[in-house]
Design a protein around this ligand. Sequence first.
Ligand code: PLP
Length: 410
Amino acid sequence: MYDFSKEDPAIWDAIADEQHRQDNVIELIASENIASKAVRAAQGSVLTNKYAVGYPEKRVYTGNEAIDKIDKIAKQRAEELFHAPYANVHPHSGSQANQAVYAAFLEPGDKILAMSEHAGGHFTHGQKNNFSGQLYESHFYGVDPETELLDYDKIREIALEVKPKLLIAGASAYSHIIDWHKFREIADEVGAIFMVDMAHIAGLVAADLHPNPMEVADVVTSTTHKTLRGPRGGLILAKEKYAELLDTAVFPISQSGALEHVIAAKAIALGEALTPEFHQYAVQIVKNAQAMANVFKRDEKIRLVSGGTENHEMTLDLNATGLTGHQAAELLYSVGIATNKELLPLEKGDTMEGIRVGTPTITSRQFDESDAEITAEIISDVLNHPNDDQLLHDAAAQVKALIESHPITR
Ligand code: PLP
């Protein structure tokens, strides 16, 4: 990176601090990852200087010859990777991708049906503290109280009652394969548009480890920075017939200038995701998550929500430890392990009685199953003995050893 320590020491030093933090933490926040040096270089390139309002060959300003090439490559790669007839790589974020889809298909006041936040849904799927819950009439489905898995019969029942205009599948904290076909059937039965937000699992879909929602969904949104391992950003995929509607919903309805430095970085990440190495990486993400889950299953106080994982993440119910999610996350962070507090499907209030644990970043650091198991054992020890100073000290030393043997090389 260009050394600007003299021009702006405050920002230079803060970035150095963040680099140091990332190097020295076992990062288990399921939505984070380590983008490659090429992705990061593109984001810091001269492309940030260029105003690119509109789409290739139909720009508002002159001078977009190189920009248009980049933009088209990113779009083509997204279409190739996800077998999508149409992709739009312009959304600045996952939230903006969702916003554009709603703008395309809904009028204010229309009904949407999505997964509840307690069950693992995202707040841009209709929560009242978000534009989606303020502009549209939102309804929610949860998970089965016994299995903590999606109950498609129940979702169907709710859909028949609500009659949503848009049915949304996809989650931020759900650790199992989602049956897109069952959702499609429900959407058809009630005459709804079917949208999938695959932000969390996009990398697993790219690697063919999870079914591709494009097979049946009308429209699919995603972020590019989670398991997909690209720059922070969003994208939309859809059936060809929605191309014009969605293009307009992104620009001019919800965005102005495209972030072409980010689109170039998305193109690079999408290219990386098309390689056999990425496939191996995605396979390892799941193996590492399952290795961690097996350790938690043996713990008498930590309860693994839904009893297992089929993707990159899992939620731990901490009620028997006496710790809230916030306390547990802070405690783990004190020994060098980053997680986040999480709502539990059956939690009555909104304390956040659990934590979410994910493996995309440690897998980018070359952790294998035995490293993942050791990490889970440290978590288990710490959460079972929150007041044992010697144990916490030893845990921090174990974390340090793991980190030092897995330096970030990307
Ligand atoms: N959709 C899902 C399922 C997510 O988990 C997230 C982020 O956590 C988003 C959308 C929003 O993405 P962004 O933070 O890029 O707006």
